[in-house]
Design a protein around this ligand. Sequence first.
Ligand code: AGP
Length: 615
Amino acid sequence: MCGIVGYIGKGETLPILIDSLGKLEYRGYDSAGVAFIDGDELTVVKRKGRLSVLADELTASGRMARGGVHVGVGHTRWATHGAPSDENSHPHLSNSGRIAVVHNGIIENFSELRAYLISLGYVFRSDTDTEVISHLVEHHYTGREKGNLLQSVLETIQEIEGTYALGVVCSDSPDLFVAARKDSPLVIGLGSDGNFIASDIPALLQHTREVIIMEDREVAEIRSNGVRLFDALGHGIQRQPIHIDWDVDAAEKGGYEHFMIKEIHEEPKAVRDTISPRIRDGRIVLPELPWTREQLEACDMIHIIACGTAYHAGMVGKYLFEHLCRIPVSVDVASEFRYRDPIVTDRSIAIIISQSGETLDTLVAMRVAREKGATCIGIVNVVGSSIAREADHVVYTHAGPEIAVASTKAYNTQLAALYLLPLHAAECMGRLPEDRDRQCVDALLSIPGKLDSVLLEKESIQRFASLHFNAKSIFFIGRGLDYALSMEASLKLKEISYIHSEAYPGGELKHGTIALIEEGTLVVCPMTQPALLDKMLGNVREVKARGATVLGLVSGTSNRPQEVCDALFQLPEVDAMFAPILAVTPAQLFAYYIAVYKGCDVDKPRNLAKSVTVE
Ligand code: AGP
């Protein structure tokens, strides 16, 4: 999604803006721009393409070297309205050239506003929805005795519908700039030599750790010596900053070639950080979840709602809640849930899974579930994100910043949370015998160490990937929990290596898909469920008989898989119910090495964004 930064202070603004935008490149973008005030002049420089194109332009023009600029905003654009181009890049200038706006989100009533503004004589230069904001702010600014940027923005946001994170500068007010947010994230950084705004925390970390998370419909007036926060009606708000304890290198690559491989290696710590604080004296504690035995026993359905990787985690969650709590579970892709007129009552529980907490499909689906009476529980990684704030309860995963577009450690921590919740619920319901409860807690606590063991074997995955990175199509087949795992393994491969891949329930092959298997087709088979091993070995033989090459991801001591598979990755011994949180890591590594061998842009795959804040 788009990235926004802003700065006002004693420092040189242009290098700060460019450097901060660089920390947001992971969000995916197609153009970049800055607006800054130099004396009484407002200048906008914006270009299609990578951030480096913009930086080169500022350097070549001597602007960067000349300095003397102390207020400005910057933007990286991920196109939603209007193709990527210089003109459609942000910032967008008002007709007078006095006001510039950067925006992340979608203005849903932009057509009506554009027609209205044109009727007032405003001239549009771009195809974007955002441009209406710059003219609307100007309209309110010039409509008053003395221009007041804050009031103009407050009046503007009353008229726009949709989602926005805004940065607004005005050449008449070089001592401040204004920010506003609704549904698109925006944070304020309080620095020693000035103050900042950014779409995400990594853009601030090299300047400050004191951060104020803006909430929906809030507006901020940012000055070099202070920040004032207001609600949409202009009433002052007091909010304490939070201290961000991420290391700067926690948001950097830390010596790894890519963020993705770094984040895979962070999985043991991420899972430990998610699980350990919630185990006290051998029991699971979830103070953030005040559900009761009565509520759980009265629950008529658990709706798990998410997108992409988070959805695949939800598929594992379904199995766990039904197996442990005997509560029916429905798992939906968020963009489908909201349109299928789901049956939701005030006895329903909705579990909303989202790493970013800003996926708009998921946010809106949660609102639908809530409107229908469900109690909404968020499983979210980003503190203070929209889903986290709007849910009735939040169980945070502690994966830390996940920069690579392809989600890895976040998925493992989502699974960790999806073990904690049903185990805690089953305990509340008295459904978990004491000894099984202890076994499960011990199994959970053992996962980080087992993940370390998996990572020590990564070279075997790398070797296998080196033999198959030219594959045209790769199939993943599994049964039960291994099918849910196959879905995630297949997505990981597709989204970073661009190789076609499909995941199928093992028993489904014979109903059509097996027609696609031919000599040399690569099939990856997770086989972690002993009760389903016989059936899976049958599937392996089926595809082998048609010429497939089979990689087995196996746990347990049976040596039968090695009799039929061409290659095996042996997982550490683990209780079968907890296998998915281990078996996914070799699958992530497999996708990673294939993509590296193919020379793909592993951290920023084509067409993708880290957080999809459009519908
Ligand atoms: C995962 O590798 C993808 N980047 C994507 O499917 C992602 O999981 C999905 O967009 C949901 O994002 P969220 O968890 O931030 O809501």
